[in-house]
Design a protein around this ligand. Structure first.
Ligand code: MCA
Ligand code: AMP
Length: 495
């Protein structure tokens, strides 16, 4: 079972059996306890008809039980498919239809919704139901190869529908092992885990660094700076999106002394500004370690643990990642120092998009390099700096919003002639979603935001909608988003 993800977990379950793996609300679970539960839950999944390669769709609150469900799904060789708890019925309908799961595990209040979506073809359970019906029976791990898919994580696209990135057992094992070495995780580490566990960052980067190294973590349902500061005295690592670091800086309790026991603060998923990086060091003496990754690839670059952690840079490529800069259109590889599209190859790069061979092919070069859509440059020391994105993407608090997804809904409205959705600087979320519209009838901003919320997760709903008599256009008639971004760059300026 070379490259099998469950075998990698099992190594730690055995080696660190009596050590604490996870704490939540004052309770703790050892590695052995978690494995026993996962083995029993695996038996339950098999009873419910989950077979190797089948999708298990999971939209549940963050909890140790959800973590055990992840381990159980991998143990039976299923494909784990976690979804943002904020998604609406319209969004969920798409994922369920596209991935055709055999089992959906959801929150109590969503059972009816999933039953409706599943049209009788889908077994629906809550976490509580799954755990209430456990028996003593345990299922043995199902052999899967490195190339088998362990998880599908959906990622939106510039145009069209979200795509399911298929991550293999080998992808996840390789990236996790590289990261624990690079970031020097040991069984003595205790991670403050305040990220959601439905994305690569919180699920694979955070959980795998802990489990692969025999460390422990404190599970928090969300990030609250006061709670994080309190935990720092007994913890060693925090992983977060830049908003975590911005909020820590806004908290007077976060001081040199508060952070004295911590050995590492890691940031990613969105750009950490050089100003925040410096302010953070000034406040607590730690230089944040910034790294860069994607859902399709896991982690790609990281500032060094021992060497210089450079503000505004995402660091050199990981040891097993090849990274080059190319011309977007032609694919011509550029010289060091030139700005272009970032392309990557390595054991962590995904297998392809679920049932979308054409889309998969379009995002790889013939020699196997994946085209990230990020613009970057490599400096003379091999450090990568990201300078923008070729893709029309907004990253708000570490969550991705594709403008097209919001524009389609606005354009469909009778009171909107045309909409342009842009990202503008925001002091807390880094970027915020803003819609600029040309109206074609009486327009009530609050009512429209409420209506959008019915079809869109809250983080995608524009924080502001600006109405103009006419949208600025170039000579070809195309809306000038760049101009709009400049015009509204101070919309959320901090006082
Ligand atoms: C919540 N809201 C947001 C966001 N989060 N709006 C825009 N952007 C967001 N990210 C909405 C809420 O629904 C609420 O709306 C209002 O904003 C205020 O919410 P607040 O209580 O301040 O939010 P929070 O619960 O404190 O959450 C903010 C957060 C969270 C901590 C930044 O969004 C978060 O944990 N983000 C991390 C996401 C992540 O894990 N990304 C990794 C993706 P209303 O007032 O209308 O109710 S993986 C990835 O990117 C790659 C692989 C990588 O490199 O890591
Ligand atoms: P996702 O689709 O959620 O995996 O988001 C991946 C995208 O997040 C990347 O393509 C980058 O645009 C962005 N990203 C991740 N880490 C960083 C970082 N450290 N700095 C800037 N952008 C980042």
């Amino acid at each position: 079972m070379s490259g099998n993800l469950y075998s990698r977990f099992a190594r730690s379950f055995t080696q660190f059996a009596d050590r604490i793996l996870v704490e939540e609300d004052g309770k703790s679970w050892t590695y052995a306890e978690i494995e026993r539960k996962a083995a029993r839950l695996a038996a339950q999944l098999i009873t419910l008809g989950v077979e190797p390669g089948e999708r298990v769709l999971v939209q549940t609150d963050k909890s140790v039980e959800t973590l055990i469900l992840y381990f159980a799904a991998v143990r039976v060789g299923a494909i784990y498919l976690p979804l943002n708890t904020d998604y609406t019925e319209a969004e969920l309908q798409y994922f369920a239809a596209d991935a055709a799961p055999v089992l959906a595990v959801c929150r109590d209040q969503n059972v009816d919704l999933f039953e409706r979506i599943g049209k009788g073809q889908l077994t629906v359970r809550t976490i509580a139901q799954l755990f209430a019906s456990l028996t003593d029976a345990q299922a043995a791990p199902v052999p899967r190869g490195g190339e088998d898919v362990a998880a599908i994580l959906y990622t939106s696209g510039t145009t069209g529908k979200p795509k399911g990135a298929m991550l293999t057992h080998h992808n996840l094992v390789a990236n996790g092992d590289t990261l624990i070495d690079l970031w020097q995780f040991t069984p003595e580490d205790r991670l403050i885990h305040a990220l959601p566990i439905f994305h690569v960052h919180g699920l694979f980067v955070a959980v795998h660094c802990v489990v692969f190294s025999g460390a422990s973590m404190v599970f928090l349902s969300k990030f609250e700076s006061a709670v994080a500061v309190d935990l720092m005295a007994g913890s060693t690592v925090l992983m977060g999106v830049p908003t975590f670091y911005i909020r820590l800086l806004g908290d007077e309790a976060f001081t040199h002394e508060a952070a004295a026991n911590m050995r590492l603060f890691i940031s990613g998923s969105a750009p950490l500004s050089a100003d925040i990086h410096r302010a953070f060091e000034g406040r607590c003496g730690h230089r944040v370690l910034e790294r860069y990754g994607m859902t399709e690839t896991g982690m790609l670059t990281s500032n060094p643990y021992g060497g210089e952690r450079r503000a505004g840079y995402v660091g050199p490529p990981l040891p097993d990642v090849e990274l080059r800069i190319a011309e977007f259109e032609s694919g011509k590889v550029l010289e060091q120092g030139e700005v272009g599209i970032v392309e990557v190859r390595g054991p962590n790069i995904f297998k392809g998009y679920w049932q979308m061979p054409e889309k998969t092919a379009a995002e790889f070069r013939p020699d196997g390099f994946f085209i990230t859509g990020d613009m970057g440059v490599i400096d003379s020391d091999g450090y990568v700096q990201l300078v923008g994105r070729e893709k029309d993407l907004i990253i708000s608090g570490g969550l991705n919003v594709y403008p097209a997804e919001v524009e389609v809904l606005l354009d469909d409205r009778k009171d909107v002639a045309e909409a342009a959705v842009i990202g503008v600087p925001h002091p807390d979320f880094g970027e915020a979603v803003v819609a600029v519209i040309q109206r074609s009838g009486p327009f009530n901003t609050d009512a429209v935001r409420k209506e959008l919320r019915k079809d869109l997760a809250a983080f995608k709903v524009p924080k502001q909608i600006i109405t103009l008599d006419a949208l600025p256009r170039n000579t070809m008639g195309k809306i000038q988003k760049k101009l709009l971004r400049e015009r509204y760059s101070d919309l959320f300026a901090a006082d």
